[in-house]
Design a protein. Structure first.
Length: 333
């Protein structure tokens, strides 16, 4: 997508977005590794603008999932599964706990940042007063140290909070979509079964931390997703036919002696149900695997091979979310 961080920076500038070196490096690495980014911050800090700028730099469209009061499962991309009042109540407790911790952390960070900015302004105002400058420099250094210490501590606390949410979500086998729908409804403040629940301002990130794979799957299902494509080295271009076993054949047309056009199928490669890609077998009959992909349901049909990439017809790409390692002793109930 981007050959270098410098290229990304130039394309972001062309999109009228100025990025600092740290964010630039994070964006570039995420693009190179094809990994998602979760951006958090208070309203108006530029999260959405960053997404649009990166999309413009990459020349791709933005799929926007907006959580706001009044959104329903018919208007959103997540949710729709039935859930019981007990599930809703449990998710309400978890959301309240999560939102309170995140809100307090962001509020304290904002407070310390404002103190640091005020101290910097005082240093600038006293730049011509050597005696007064010593005092304001001391206060500025104190404010800077306090902000740095809190930044590190809050990151650790938020990582621990996310681990707690993941531990809680991991126990919901068999009812994960119901819990996802309930949690999403709470974050969007919709479908309240009763007025007795004490709502706090929701933060949509909890949905992605708790049930990341389900969120990705639902978005892919409701937006249609992109078809699965597999890169196979040294594959020749042309029309291909794919059978139910994942075998890929080049469709070659020829004319017989009577002038009739016929088709000949030439084996190119095969993608197994385990995601193994091979073009031939060894002396023992085992595949010589040249590539591995995430397994997907293979559908038969016609497609195209171009630049070493085959698009599989009637398939839908469901990116696999890496499972984080969690190991905290407790989680909210």
């Amino acid at each position: 997508m981007f050959s270098s961080a410098q290229e990304l920076a130039e394309k972001l500038r062309a999109a009228r977005y100025i990025v600092d070196p740290v964010v630039l490096q994070v964006l570039y690495l995420a693009a190179r590794m094809q990994k998602p980014l979760l951006v958090e911050g208070p309203p108006g800090c530029g999260k959405t603008e960053l997404a649009y700028a990166v999309a413009a730099a990459a020349n791709v469209a933005v799929e926007r999932l907006q959580c706001y009061e009044g959104i329903t499962e018919d208007r959103g991309l997540i949710g729709g599964a039935n859930f019981t009042p007990e599930i809703f109540a449990e998710c309400s407790v978890v959301n309240k706990y999560y939102a309170n911790v995140v809100t307090q952390a962001l509020s304290r960070r904002r407070e310390l940042w404002e103190q640091l900015e005020k101290a910097n302004a005082e240093v600038d105002a006293k730049k011509n007063d050597a005696e007064a400058r010593k005092e304001v420099m001391f206060r500025r250094n104190q404010a800077s140290a306090a902000f740095s210490v809190y930044e590190q501590r809050s990151r650790e606390e938020l990582r621990a909070l996310i681990d707690q949410v993941r531990i809680w979500a991991q126990s919901k086998n068999g009812t994960r979509l119901a819990y996802l729908s309930a949690l999403h409804a709470i974050v969007c403040r919709d479908r309240r079964p009763s007025q007795e629940y004490d709502f706090v301002p929701g933060t949509g990130s909890i949905v992605f931390y708790a049930f990341p794979q389900e969120v990705v799957d639902q978005i892919a299902e409701r937006t249609g997703g992109r078809p699965v494509s597999v890169e196979i080295p040294s594959l020749c271009d042309g029309e291909v036919e794919i059978d139910r076993e994942g075998r890929i054949f080049l469709v070659s047309h020829f004319t017989n002696g009577e002038g009739q056009i016929h088709e000949r199928l030439i084996f190119l490669a095969q993608v197994t149900k385990k995601g193994e890609v091979f073009r031939d077998r060894d002396a023992q009959g085992s595949p010589n695997v040249i590539e591995r992909v995430h397994p997907f349901p293979i559908q038969s049909g016609r497609s195209e091979a171009q630049n070493g990439i085959v698009v599989f017809p009637r398939t839908q790409r469901h990116p696999e979310v890496p499972k984080g390692k969690v190991g905290l002793p407790g989680a909210p109930n």
